[in-house]
Design a protein around this ligand. Sequence first.
Ligand SMILES: [Zn+2]
Length: 312
Amino acid sequence: MLKFVTFAVKVQLNVHDLNNEAVAGNVTDIRVMEFLDENGKRQEAPAVSGRMLKHWHCEGIRHLIISGEYSTIPLCAGCKAGEPIRPGMINNGNLSQNSGITEEEAVQGCIVCDTHGYLIATPETTAGEGGVSARRSSRVMFSWLMPVMGMEAVSKQVIHNRVSADPKTMMPFNKSYASGIYAFVSALDVDRIGLVELNLGSDNPYAVDDNNGRKDRIKVAIEAYRYLISGQIGASLSHAIPHWDPIEILVCYSEKGPLPFPVSPIYPDYIVKTLGVMPEGTSFLYTGKDSPEGVNKKEKIDEIFRELLNKV
Ligand SMILES: [Zn+2]
C-alpha cells in the first residue's frame, strides 16, 4: 500500500492573482519574494507562499467532502468553519478556551486535523503555569510557488472600478496580476495519516482504520492536488482564474517508506537529480514534453492520479 508521495510541478500561469497579500490603501499588490539565481545573483519575482498552497489544498479537501462522493469523511466544527487549527475548541459556534480533547479524538473526528495538523497554544498563567501547547504535525508539506530559473516573471497593476448607479460612489482600486512559469514541490506522508505517534508501540497506533475511513482520507488528500495544480488557489477566482498550462509533473511514490523531497523544478536538471536522490523501490510517474530515462511517462495527468489512487 502507498506510504509516501511527492509532487514536483511546473506550470505556466498567465494573468493570475494568486497571492495579493500586500494591501496599502486601495492598492492591493502582489507578494514579491527575493531569491538567488543559478549564479548566486539576487532576483525578485512574484511568488505564492507555501502556507497559501497548503491552505488551498485544505480547501480542496473540504470541497470534495462537502459536495462529492467523500461525504462520509468527518470534519470538525472548527475546520468546517475554516478555523483549521483548533480542534474541539468550537462548540455550538462558540470558541472555548480549551479543546479538552485528545489527539486521538481530534484525528478520529476530522480529516483536516488529521492530515494538516494543528497547534493549540495554551496561554501561560501569571503564576507561570500552563503555556503548554498541543500540536500535531502536518502530513502534507509544501514549498513556495516560485518562478523557474531564467524565466522572466512579470506583473502589472490594473485599475478596476466598483460600479455604482451613483457616479459619486464609484470607487477605483488597483490590483496586480502576474504571469510566469512557476514550480512547487510537495510531499504527502500517507503512512502517517490517521497515525497517533504517542500510540506507537501499541497493537494499533492508528486512530482510524484502513477499512473504516483511513483509505478514503488518503484518496481525498491525493485528489485535492488535482484542483491545486489547476490553479484553484487564491481569493480572486471569481474574476481572475489563471490561464494555466501544466508543463511538467513528476510524481515519486513509495510503498516501502518515507521519501526525500524531490529537487525543485525551478532548476533545469531537477529530474535527473531527483532520480539520483530517491531510494531503491521508488516509482516515478511523469507527464510533459520530454521523455526522461527512468520514469514512467503518462500521456494524461489523470493517469498519474489513477495509479496513485489504485495503490491506496
Ligand atoms: Zn478539524
